[in-house]
Design a protein around this ligand. Structure first.
Ligand code: BGC
Length: 253
């Protein structure tokens, strides 16, 4: 019998805008994932158009959840450091909402991934503080305590040795500076150790594209906190966004 708990999720990233219809009982995509390259420069009108195109290709009227790579308070984006310069202060509700054929909820991309991992993945059933950290173009963070998200933690931007941490320890820094795995793992390790001294999580869940190559760097990390790899991989943002969209309409489970 098909599930009747379905919602659509869209994940806006620096390189791609991805979307899918999610079966919320299974925490999995139903049908194909849609993807478009993020328009460059990634300014609000062009991104909105691309979001609309992805949305129209999904066979669902809603509810919708949209994950965005910056802090979101009440539907408004406050940064978008890895997108174009026009995002701070932009109401996603106004700009993206027009493109979506149903009610939508907007949240930070790492928070979406964190929700998905807490509900369906590596953090499932965990009590205490789970810190989900995504290493990609930026560093995203989600704090989940006893299964509940504390939104907009933005811990990718803590200062380490006088630098914004993500400028040196994101996966984009590894690529940009052509770092070998050992050097980059040293930076990721320093970052995670700084984080654990501040928030004392019981578990790190590590995600982002580079978690697919975990064997090269995860064994080199020197954290006190146990580590698990994110399980929803590329779809975590879509699944978490859809979950948030659904629960905003129908309440939590
Ligand atoms: C942003 C975060 C985002 C992360 C991953 C950071 O630069 O400030 O909001 O979650 O990148 O996209």
């Amino acid at each position: 019998m098909p599930s009747n708990r379905r919602a659509a999720g869209i994940d806006i990233g620096g390189s791609g805008i991805k979307g899918g219809v999610v079966d919320l009982d299974a925490g999995e995509l139903v049908g194909e994932r849609e993807r478009l390259d993020t328009p460059q420069p990634a300014e609000p009108p062009d991104v909105a158009e691309a979001v609309g195109e992805v949305a129209r290709s999904l066979d669902l009227s809603g509810p919708w959840g949209v994950a965005f790579p910056g802090p979101i308070v009440d539907g408004v984006a406050y940064t978008g450091v890895n997108l174009g310069s026009g995002w701070p202060g932009t109401s996603l509700r106004d700009v993206l909402g027009l493109q979506l054929p149903g009610p939508a909820t907007y949240l930070n991309d790492a928070d979406a991934a964190g929700l998905a991992e807490a509900r369906y993945g590596a953090g499932r059933g965990r009590r205490g503080l789970v810190a989900v950290v995504t290493f990609g173009t930026g560093i995203g963070s989600a704090l989940v305590h006893d299964g509940r998200l504390v939104p907009n933690s933005e811990l990718g931007h803590i200062e380490i040795d006088g630098h914004d941490a993500e400028t040196r320890a994101a996966d984009s820094a590894r690529k940009r500076e052509d770092l070998d795995w050992e050097t980059w793992a040293g930076r990721a390790s320093q970052y995670l150790c700084a984080l654990e001294r501040l928030i004392w999580p019981e578990l790190f869940v590590l995600g982002g594209g580079v978690s697919k190559k975990a064997e090269h760097w995860v064994p080199l990390l020197k954290t006190r906190t146990p580590i698990e790899l994110a399980q929803l991989r590329n779809n975590a943002g879509i699944v978490g966004a859809a979950l948030a969209g659904y629960e905003a309409q129908h309440g939590g489970s």
